[in-house]
Each structure stands twice: as structure tokens, then as C-alpha cells.
Ligand binder design. Structure first.
Ligand code: AHG
Ligand code: MN
Ligand code: MN
Length: 321
């Protein structure tokens, strides 16, 4: 018999509030419902007026695509009414949205409603990324290090629509079955290969990468690695998760602190990478150990298989022979 995301969560013996696993499953239902609405729009792009820019600029200073706005509205619409939601943090909203300041035992959900916006109009895979923290009391700080996440995941809207998540007990993947209308278990405990044959980086920025990154990448080319870069973080991560290798968004001239956002891109994917046996670094240390200071802060992001990450650490310490 099929196993859906909701059933899987209820079976998970995770470190969630044992008495609130039902609440958590309801939270996941809000996310999966929103992503089904988003994928329905994506699948009809070109037939309905969902392509192109929304004519606005978001808090990131980036032009919002119509699908960015729709995806954000779908997540806010599906999550706000859930009784387990305390706060929502979105790439598309400058400030956090406080939904419920009452009793404890609630959750903070952080998300990138649509990742890879530049690829929407050319029919290349895009995604949604989410990260979930417990909020034990209304007065505790909103900004917590990534190791305090209780769950994280993404949906990649590709040749199929796949929901990947972890609640701290391993990584699981579910494929949207259009006949059932549910995400059905298709990857039971994903483990990232110990090493891979791909590296993934935007080579156009290579001249401004710090020297250690350039020597690391030169060494990978000498070792006959192949290059794959889609430009949608979720798609580049999904390939790295399944095939191994390494993804990098280093510091660049335009983004000396890195381009990717810590709270709703690096943290959730770092949690997944570690749960699948891989690693994720900001070039100096573990992504999950970073204490955030702002909800939209950026970070360099290097993540992938154990072997490639060990080599990266050696490059950064200057001990690549
Ligand atoms: P978003 O669409 O949510 O703004 O994210 C875009 C990000 C990420 O998906 C991708 O890895 C990166 O931008 C690509 O940046 P470059 O085009 O600079 O390589
Ligand atoms: Mn993104
Ligand atoms: Mn986005």
C-alpha cells in the first residue's frame, strides 16, 4: 500500500513534541497543500498568466516574478490558519508574520516560496524550500542556529514533482502521484554517495572566488569531474543529494558574503545534507552552527559528499598537496 507524507510523519519516532505529532502532521499538510497549488500553476505556465515579472521588487532588491508572489500567497494562505503555527518567515516578506503569540508547543516555519525564479520562463526546474523550528515559549528568540531545526525539506518541480524532507530521522522522498493527488513515498531513506563525479558552481564568477576556492576547483577539473549548474538551488541540491559531488556558491565580487540566504536556503539544505551523510559549510565552519543575526542574511554555501567536503576543508586550510 502507498505511504503518503502525512502517514510517514505520524510513523516517525522523531524528537517532535510527542503529544503534538498530530499538530506537526497538520503543519506538513499545510505545506504539501500549498506546493500542490504551486505545482498546478507551474504545470500550466504559458496557458495561464503566471509567467513574467509581477512588476514589484522584493526585500532582496530582486524583481518578483508572478510565480514568486503566487507561491508566497499559497503558503501564507495554507499555513496561517493552522493552529500549530506561531510565526511565518518568507523570502518575500521583509518582516516575520506573527500568527499566534499564545501558548507554547507551536512552530516557526521559514520558507523560500519559489527558488530558481530566473528559470521559470524557460521551463527549467524550480522549487520551494522550508525549515521548521519549535517555539517553546512566545518570548524566545526567533533567530536560532540551524542545528535547532526540527524538520526541513523542499519540493522540486521538475520532470516529476518530488517532496523531500527530514525530521531528524533520515531523509525521505515522495513523488506527487497525479492520479491519487498525494505525495507518495518513493525514496525510502536517501543517503548521499560518499563521493560523486560532479561539481556545481556558477563559473562566470570564478575570477572573483577566493584563491583557495579556485585551487579546489582546478583540482576537481584535473580529477576529471564534470560540471553541472542549473541555477536553481533546489535542483542543483537534489542532484547532489542523489548522485553525490559538491555544490558551491562562494563569496563573489557582487556578493562578498555569498548570495544564498542562511535561514531559508542554506539551513534547510544543510540539515538534509547532514541527515543524508553529507556536509554543508560556509567556508569556515558548519552551516548549522551559524547564529543568525538577521532573517534575510546571506552566506557562502558549500555542500556535498563527505569526500569532496574533506577535500574542500583541506583546500581552505592550505593543505591541498
Ligand atoms: P531565488 O529564485 O529564490 O531568488 O533563488 C535563486 C538562487 C538559487 O536558486 C540559485 O542557486 C542561485 O540563485 C543562482 O544564482 P546565480 O544566477 O547568481 O548563479
Ligand atoms: Mn532561492
Ligand atoms: Mn525565492
Amino acid at each position: 500500500m502507498i505511504v503518503t507524507v502525512q502517514q510517514h510523519i505520524l510513523q516517525q519516532q522523531s524528537d517532535l513534541f510527542p503529544e503534538a505529532r498530530g499538530r506537526f502532521s497538520s503543519l506538513l499538510s499545510g505545506i504539501t497543500l500549498a506546493t500542490k497549488m504551486i505545482q498546478a500553476k507551474i504545470r500550466r505556465a504559458g496557458l495561464v498568466d503566471i509567467l513574467g515579472t509581477a512588476g514589484e521588487v522584493n526585500v532582496q532588491g530582486e524583481t518578483q516574478q508572478k510565480l514568486d508572489v503566487f507561491a508566497n500567497q499559497a503558503l501564507l494562505h495554507c499555513l496561517s490558519p493552522r493552529e500549530s503555527v506561531a510565526v511565518l518567515v518568507s523570502e518575500e516578506n521583509e518582516q516575520p508574520l506573527t500568527i499566534d503569540r499564545s501558548e507554547s508547543g507551536k512552530y516557526v516555519i521559514v520558507f523560500d516560496p519559489l527558488d530558481g525564479s530566473s528559470n521559470i520562463d524557460v521551463n527549467v526546474s524550480v522549487g520551494t524550500i522550508f525549515s521548521i523550528f519549535r517555539r517553546d515559549s512566545p518570548d524566545e528568540p526567533l533567530l536560532k542556529p540551524g542545528y535547532e531545526q526540527v524538520a526541513a525539506g523542499y519540493v522540486v518541480y521538475g520532470s516529476s514533482t518530488i517532496f523531500v524532507y527530514t525530521a531528524g530521522q533520515g531523509v525521505y522522498g515522495f513523488t506527487l502521484d497525479p492520479d491519487v493527488g498525494a505525495f507518495v513515498l518513493s525514496y525510502d531513506r536517501v543517503m548521499m554517495p560518499d563521493s560523486g563525479r560532479y561539481y556545481s558552481v556558477n563559473e562566470a564568477n570564478a575570477d572573483s572566488f577566493p584563491l583557495a576556492y579556485r585551487s579546489y576547483l582546478a583540482r576537481l577539473r584535473q580529477q576529471s569531474y564534470s560540471s553541472r549548474y542549473i541555477g536553481s538551488l533546489v535542483a542543483d541540491f537534489h542532484r547532489t543529494l542523489l548522485k553525490g559531488g559538491v555544490f558551491l556558491y562562494p563569496p563573489t565580487r557582487d556578493n562578498p558574503r555569498g548570495k544564498l540566504r542562511l535561514l531559508y536556503e542554506a539551513n534547510p539544505l544543510a540539515f538534509l545534507a547532514e541527515q543524508a551523510g553529507g556536509r554543508a559549510s560556509n567556508g569556515y565552519g558548519r552551516i548549522l552552527d551559524i547564529q543568525p543575526t538577521a532573517i534575510h542574511q546571506r552566506t557562502p554555501l558549500i555542500m556535498g559528499s563527505r569526500h569532496e567536503m574533506d577535500e574542500f576543508d583541506r583546500a581552505m586550510s592550505g593543505s591541498l598537496n
